[in-house]
Ligand binder design. Structure first.
Ligand SMILES: [Zn+2]
Length: 309
């Protein structure tokens, strides 16, 4: 019997899930990321959490492999964390080397938007999810994952595409850390939406969107809906995604104020865009770590079950 552990590393918390061969979650756990305490502290906490998870499971199992989803930018091949923005204190750490040498098990690294995407698909009835889907996370930043013919899409060289810093078609008078002022992250992330509502109206975005009673507030709302519509049509136009999952901390705000009208606008477009359905993710706290565990299973089996040539 094989068991796989999935780890979902976010800016504030780390979530773990243990699954069996049938992809059923046996046990979960979580701890605070506390990246500022440095790499040694973090790897120690993570290794102990993985060991605890396997010991506490009813199966008292031997792990087969570990999958790690981590907020980017990361180098998935080498294992390097390159993210000073949301994981300060861990940039430059090689998470794969550290975990593999401590636990003597194969480990695999993936962008957390991709592991969330895999986990979300697994939570749905697999028979009804089409082969071409996208997942967009709106939280501290904007992350995008593309799945084509049921496989996670990568650009040349195996690099995760930085779609969150492509144009949303709406300009801000503030420049993103990427150097642009019209990228999705600079207009549609939680950071950007909260920032703009505060600086323009001295209010929360919910308050502004609940009652857009003047021209400036109407423009604020229109810019968000236009940016979301533009962002989705760009993704759908290039990748033919039939469903776009919306995830992240801003999901509920999007569901209430932006998605209904965005879906209406998509429905009126040409079929190349208009057939696309926006779907809210299930909101399972452990979908990211489930996806990371599935990643471990997929990668391990790709390597070990490959037919001899
Ligand atoms: Zn940007």
């Amino acid at each position: 019997m094989s068991f796989y552990c999935g780890v979902d590393i976010g800016g504030t918390g780390v979530k773990l899930a243990l699954i069996n061969e049938e992809e059923r979650i046996l046990r979960t756990d979580s701890f605070s990321t506390s990246s500022g305490l440095g790499p040694d502290f973090f790897v120690d906490a993570l290794s102990k959490a993985i060991v605890r998870l396997t010991k506490e499971s009813k199966a008292s199992c031997q792990l087969t492999a570990i999958g790690i989803g981590c907020t980017g930018p990361i180098d998935t091949d080498s294992g390097l964390i390159l993210n000073p923005y949301t994981l300060p204190g861990l940039e430059g750490m090689n998470i794969l080397d550290e975990i593999q040498s401590r636990l003597q098990l194969p480990a695999y690294l993936e962008n957390d938007a991709n592991t969330a995407h895999l986990g979300e698909i697994a939570l749905y009835d697999k028979g009804i999810v089409p082969g071409n889907t996208a997942l967009m996370t709106f939280g501290t930043g904007v992350g995008c994952s593309i799945r084509i013919d049921k496989k996670i899409f990568r650009t040349i060289g195996g690099i995760h595409p930085e779609i969150g810093h492509t144009s949303a078609g709406v300009n801000s008078d503030i420049t993103c850390y990427c150097g642009k002022n019209n990228c999705m992250e600079n207009v549609l992330s939680g950071t950007a939406i909260n920032r703009d509502a505060q600086r323009l109206f001295n209010q929360t975005p919910e308050k502004v969107l609940d009652n857009p009673d003047n021209t400036e507030k109407k423009t604020f709302r229109e810019h968000l809906i236009a940016a979301l519509t533009n962002s989705i049509t760009t993704i759908v136009g290039i990748f033919n995604s039939e469903q776009v999952f919306i995830a992240g901390g801003m999901k509920n705000l999007f569901a209430k104020y932006l998605i209904p009208e965005t879906q209406q606008r998509l429905d009126k477009l040409l079929p190349v865009f208009g057939g696309t359905k926006i779907i809210l993710t299930e909101g399972n706290l452990y979908s990211g770590s489930l996806g990371a565990a599935l990643l471990a299973k997929i990668r391990y089996q790709e390597i070990h079950d490959a037919p001899l040539s």
